[in-house]
Write a protein that binds this ligand. Structure first.
Ligand SMILES: [Zn+2]
Length: 477
């Protein structure tokens, strides 16, 4: 594959094929540089819980939800950095695009090559659980097949290990155990909810205090936890930070970076034989973009009116499929780009006017090049229909595809903010500033996954991690 890709394969794992796919899943995890993880849940609780002012309350609320809701699918996207190509830059970059505040002014650029293997494991909690109507609606609208989940979801139970069930080796809890055993860096998008749910559903009973939970995490994910929502919100500062937006922006930035001789990411996939297990999720970039056009005020207004602004800001709209406005992520990105370009032009003009101090800051005095009219926009939209949609109906492999989107966005952040010093280990790629920082909605600071001198790990965790280390020992013999 290349810097551009049209689709990505997601392997569907269920009770019928878990035995067969197990060795390749284990190998993909063991050989990866980092593993992106995503969960699809039967509910996440109320906004009041998720946005609670006190972070401790937020943890307690989410923990309560994790005990009553369930994981309906688990996505794992294994990214293996195979090699990095280095080539000298022809000339120092002089980029006009202000969305790239560049990282390192180096004289060479790198192509980071990743081999990507993505799995979607359908899960079925064996205990009673709550399904929230809004989550049900979301899952159904995205093509989730509940019949399939009940007939071939991989079963699991919550909380601590049940000694009589430990012998069942190829189950969901052992996938999580394998994830812990690999000691690889794990990457999430908005990590906190995922971490709390993973812990309660596949690991052990959650501790009551958040500090204990954090201490446990430092021993569970020894390769470090990364959160692409943290990088996006605190460092990259995009206008929005929901996963689809971040992924598409990363994908577009990556192509542009490649074309302008800056460091970029190339992904490679395995040549899977055609089967029901492999699903290709479409995610190619559409033909044409409004980036680089110069719409007048009226046209910009027409573009804005075409778009569902609720969806544009948060990636979610209560009307879902029935919304009369566009949820086209590329159009949303184009609009944000045009608005930003306009703002920075105004800023530059203001600065110039202040410098010349002639008091003339009337924008209408500036020559505006009306290259793009309302009619042209309508023509553009009629050509655009249907092209370049991101896997809207990923159906039962949504968690898998979401984990891929998370991993890819992270890979692009490595090429942008990281540095290559000859090693293929993530710890040597200059990403320390992002390690173990978890995004907290509405807070100025991230949650750091660091063990404090005052907090102890939990009893349940101590027992569990001991059992895991014994599994490692036994498998070495
Ligand atoms: Zn809408």
């Amino acid at each position: 594959m290349s810097v551009r890709f049209e689709s990505v394969p997601v392997l569907d794992v269920n009770t019928n094929n878990i035995e067969v796919l197990w060795p390749s899943l284990m190998k993909a995890m063991d050989s990866s540089t980092f593993i992106a993880v995503d969960t699809e849940l039967s509910g996440i609780g109320t906004r009041k819980t998720l946005m609670a002012k006190s972070v401790e309350d937020r943890y307690k609320g989410t923990a309560e939800n994790a005990k009553t809701r369930s994981v309906v699918s688990l996505g794992l996207s294994c990214f293996k950095l195979t090699h990095v190509d280095t080539k000298p830059k022809k000339q120092a970059g002089n980029m006009s695009d202000d969305s790239f505040v560049d990282e390192h002014s180096s004289t060479s650029c790198h192509t980071w090559n990743f081999l990507v293997q993505t799995y979607n494991i359908m899960a079925l909690c064996q205990e009673e659980y709550v399904v929230e109507p809004s989550s049900l609606k979301f899952l159904v609208e995205h093509g989730f097949d509940f019949n399939k989940q009940y007939s071939c979801g991989v079963g699991y139970y919550r909380g601590n290990d049940k000694p009589d069930l430990i012998s069942d080796k190829k189950c969901l809890r052992s996938v999580f155990t394998a994830l812990v055993k690999t000691k690889k860096p794990v990457v999430f998008h908005n990590a906190l909810t995922d971490l709390v749910f993973l812990y309660q559903n596949f690991y052990a009973s959650l501790p009551s205090a958040m500090s204990t939970f954090i201490a446990d995490l430092t021993e569970i994910f020894t390769g470090g936890v990364y959160d692409t929502k943290y990088v996006t919100d605190y460092v990259h500062r995009m206008p929005a930070s929901y996963l689809e937006y971040v992924f598409r922006k990363s994908q577009r930035d990556n192509v542009q970076r490649y074309n302008t001789e800056r460091s970029s990411v190339t992904i490679n996939i395995l040549p899977y034989p055609a089967s029901d297990t492999v699903n290709y999720c479409k995610c190619g970039l559409p033909q044409g973009s409004l980036q680089g056009t110069d719409p007048d005020q009226e046209t910009l207004q027409a573009i804005k009116e075409h778009i569902c602004l609720g969806f544009a800001g948060h990636g979610w709209c209560s009307s879902g499929d029935r919304c009369s406005k566009s949820h086209d992520i590329d159009l949303i990105l184009d609009m944000d780009h045009l608005v930003q370009t306009r703002k920075s032009r105004k800023r530059k003009r203001r600065n110039r006017n202040q410098q010349s101090d002639n008091g003339d800051s009337d924008e209408s005095q500036e020559p505006v090049n009306n290259q793009f009219t309302k009619d042209q926009f309508e023509e553009f939209m009629s050509k655009r229909l249907g092209s370049g949609e991101i896997c809207q109906h990923a159906g039962c492999h949504r968690a898998g595809f979401d984990s891929f989107m998370t991993g890819f966005s992270f890979a692009v952040y490595i090429s942008k903010y990281g540095s290559y010093k000859g090693s293929l280990n993530l710890d040597d790629c200059g990403m320390e500033a992002f390690k173990n920082n978890v995004y907290l909605s509405g807070k100025n600071m991230p949650l750091t996954i660091v063990k404090s001198a005052f907090s102890k790990t939990s009893k349940d965790h101590k027992e569990k991690i001991k059992r895991i280390s014994e599994i490692v020992k036994n498998s070495d013999i």
